[in-house]
Structures are given as structure tokens and as C-alpha cells.
Design a protein around this ligand. Structure first.
Ligand code: PLP
Length: 405
């Protein structure tokens, strides 16, 4: 078994088989027959002969050479995640941002056009609006999930469509199938950032996306330890078109991080389902509270795309957006009163977290840009963790009193 061969036959991607894939897919034991997946913490690989080294470099013989190209532990993570996304194959990167940059550098060139959502993770928005534009790539930002707005932005020709659904931190839901149809009519590939839902709640490829992008740093790790990213899709796109950039561009995932993330996939489904149930309970608690001006949660009946969210994602997810009535001062009083939720920019962790996007993850945007993409001064993003809900409820109640005071 070598690294450049296609994925081995795996159980069909029936809904009931997903947890089995999470635990077992992609594991190719070494000659020692280890039961738990091994960590190949090595930068290079030894050859049996000079002839073998030459054959490996000439790609006439498959096998590992150097961990910037391939590593068995990284391959385990790539295969396991790809099987969960229903993809032919996957590629891992050092971070989620490195995965996004890989898409642009591998799939675009000077003169290409990227159509991207304006409701993006802060660094993604900065990458698209200020960095890739330096290299002659045109970027058109779309403010809503309305497919007609995406068609107008493409104006008949585009190379790449990029969006998140639900968006972070606004938690708006975009119709993957409808936007993919518009993209394909314009000749573009569709990349969906599936970080907030994970493949346990939503599989964008089934709705017509061409690539799924992950920041594995969030739910896939799930315990706030390592950074990582990934792209999953057809072998032709990930291996023929993107992999050559990764080999030479160098944003490879460390084998150690890949091992942490592959083991994280084993419990991902259990965690995201528990976190979704806890988040739904938090929504019940804050709905209608006088200190709260609005709630954003995809499976909440008041969500503007509630019907779409029910069709497209299996649960509401672990993130909840709360807009406090008193703006930023109330948001700060709320955050400073929390004793269980951690104040941190991360999410998807076993520990519940709370973030003020306007002054942290999205602080680099001008106030006008923040307003146009729904980052209100009173917005707080909560990420439900795995603590007992009763403790989280008590914490929120305390913080809401502080916010309203
Ligand atoms: C965190 C995040 C990213 C970037 O991932 P890193 O691993 O931090 O580079 C991209 N998209 C979303 C939605 C994120 O939350």
C-alpha cells in the first residue's frame, strides 16, 4: 500500500455508516499491526537503494519521499476526512488559511475572477480583498446569499466561488445547490468552507460544491490543541491541480497535528451533536430576554433561512449569535460577567467560548465594512462546549443580567 494509490475500498457512505468511517476509515496499519493509528513523526523516508530513490523521485515507483510531499499519518487524516465528506480524496494543509490560499494559487492565475461572500471569517476576507488582488486576481464580494446576486457578480465568467455556510459569525445560511448552479453556468468551481457544520451536519459535495474546505483547528480537533486545514473533492482537482502547489508552496500539515486531527475525527460526530443540542438549549434560554435584540441560530424558527437550514444541515450546530440590545458596552458587560465560557477567538472546543467579533476576529474591517457584513457592535458569538448545560445556563443568566444593567 503506497501513498499515491487511490483510496482503498471503504464502506458505502450510508448515513448510518458515517460514525464507522470516522473511527476506521483511512487506517493502513504498518507491519507491526498496531491497533491505534501510528504517528510517523519523520521529515524524510529512507530508500532501500539508490535505484529506489531515483524511481521514487521519477514517480515510476509510488511511496513516501519527504513529509512536505506525503506522510502516512497525514494521509490517514486526509483519507478519513475525505470519506466523511463523501469525497474521492483530500489534502491536508498547515492551517485553514493555507487551504484557502492553496485554492487560489493552484486554481487561479492573473486575470482570474474569484466571487466570494462578504460574510467570511476575518482573515479570509482580508486574504481575498487585500492579498490575492495584488497578483492580478479580480475579487468580487457578494453581500448576501441570494443566488441572483452571485450571478450578477459572476457576470457570465468566473473561476472560483467561495463561501461559508453557515457564515461565521453571522450564521446566515447560503443555498449551496442554488449558488453552485450559478457558479457552474459561469464556468467556476465552488469551494465551501464547511468549518462551522463539519461533515456530520452538512456535506457540501452532495449539494453540488466542487471542493470542501476546513479549518481543522475548530471542531475537528475539538480540544483547542493544534492548527490544521484541509480540502476535499474530486481526485482530479485535489491531486492533479492542487497537490503540485502544496509540494512546492510548502504549507504542509505536521504529522503530529495530523495524528491529533485524525483521532479528533473519531469523536467529531458525538461532539457536534452534543454541542448542537446544548446550543439549541442556550437559544431557548436567551430568546425573548429583554437584554437581547436578536438571536441567530440556523435551526431556530426565527432564522430568516430556517427552511433551508433544516434541509441543508442535520442540526443547528454549536454556534449561537446573540445581538445585545445595548450595543458594544452591553456586549462587554456580558462578556466580562461570564465565568464558565472562556473569552477566546477560537470555537468548536470542548470548552464553551465567547467572542466579540467586532473588536477581535473582524477588528481589521472598517466600521462600514463591518456593518455591510452583519458584524454589529452588540454581536457576541457563543460556541457551546461539552460542559453540563446547567452550568452554561447559569453563566448566561448571570451575563444577561450584567448586559441589561
Ligand atoms: C478559523 C477559520 C478559518 C481559518 O482557519 P485557521 O486554521 O485558523 O487558519 C477559516 N474559516 C473559518 C470559518 C474559520 O472559523
Amino acid at each position: 500500500m503506497t501513498d499515491t494509490e487511490p483510496l482503498p475500498p471503504e464502506p458505502p457512505l450510508l448515513p448510518g455508516a458515517r460514525q464507522t468511517l470516522a473511527v476506521r476509515a483511512g487506517h493502513v496499519p504498518s507491519e507491526h499491526g498496531e491497533h491505534s493509528e501510528a504517528l510517523f513523526l519523520t521529515s524524510s523516508f529512507r530508500f532501500n537503494s539508490a535505484e529506489q530513490a531515483a524511481a521514487r523521485f521519477a514517480e515510476t515507483e509510488a511511496g513516501n519521499l519527504y513529509s512536505r510531499f506525503t506522510n502516512p499519518t497525514v494521509r490517514l487524516f486526509e483519507r478519513r476526512l475525505a470519506s466523511l465528506e463523501g469525497a474521492e480524496d483530500g489534502l491536508a494543509t498547515a492551517t485553514g488559511m493555507a487551504a484557502i490560499l492553496a485554492c487560489v494559487l493552484a486554481l487561479c492565475q492573473a486575470g482570474s475572477k474569484v466571487v466570494a461572500s462578504r460574510q467570511l471569517f476575518g482573515a479570509t476576507l482580508t486574504l481575498f480583498s487585500r492579498i490575492v488582488t495584488k497578483f492580478g486576481v479580480e475579487v468580487v464580494l457578494v453581500e448576501t446569499g441570494d443566488p441572483a446576486a452571485w450571478a450578477a457578480a459572476a457576470a457570465g465568467r468566473a473561476d472560483l466561488f467561495f463561501f461559508e455556510t453557515p457564515t461565521n459569525p453571522q450564521l446566515e445560511v447560503y443555498d449551496i445547490a442554488a449558488i453552485a448552479e450559478v457558479a457552474h453556468a459561469a464556468g467556476a468551481l465552488v469551494v465551501v468552507d464547511n468549518c462551522v457544520c463539519t461533515p456530520f451536519l452538512q456535506r457540501p459535495l452532495e449539494h453540488g460544491a466542487d471542493l470542501v474546505m476546513h479549518s481543522a483547528t475548530k471542531y475537528i480537533d475539538g480540544q483547542g490543541r493544534v492548527l490544521g486545514g484541509a480540502l476535499c473533492g474530486a481526485r482530479e482537482i485535489v491531486h492533479e491541480r492542487i497537490k503540485p502547489y502544496l509540494r512546492c508552496g510548502g504549507p504542509s500539515l505536521s504529522p503530529f497535528n495530523a495524528w491529533v486531527l485524525a483521532k479528533g475525527l473519531e469523536t467529531l460526530g458525538l461532539r457536534v451533536r452534543a454541542m448542537s443540542a446544548t446550543a439549541a438549549g442556550l437559544v431557548e434560554l436567551v430568546a425573548g430576554h429583554p437584554a437581547v435584540a436578536g438571536i441567530s441560530y440556523p435551526h431556530h424558527a426565527g432564522h430568516p433561512q430556517h427552511g433551508l437550514a433544516l434541509r441543508q444541515q442535520e442540526a443547528g450546530g454549536g454556534l449561537v449569535g446573540i445581538r445585545l440590545a445595548g450595543g458594544q458596552p452591553a456586549a462587554f458587560r456580558f462578556l466580562n460577567a461570564l465565568q464558565v465560557f472562556s473569552l477566546t477567538a477560537n470555537f468548536g472546543d470542548a470548552k464553551s467560548t465567547a467572542t466579540h467579533p467586532a473588536t477581535t476576529t473582524h477588528a481589521r474591517l472598517t466600521p462600514e465594512a463591518q456593518a455591510s457584513c452583519g458584524i454589529a457592535p452588540g454581536l457576541v458569538r457563543l460556541s457551546a462546549g461539552l460542559e453540563d448545560p446547567v452550568d452554561l445556563h447559569a453563566d448566561l443568566e448571570r451575563a444577561l443580567v450584567a448586559a441589561g444593567s
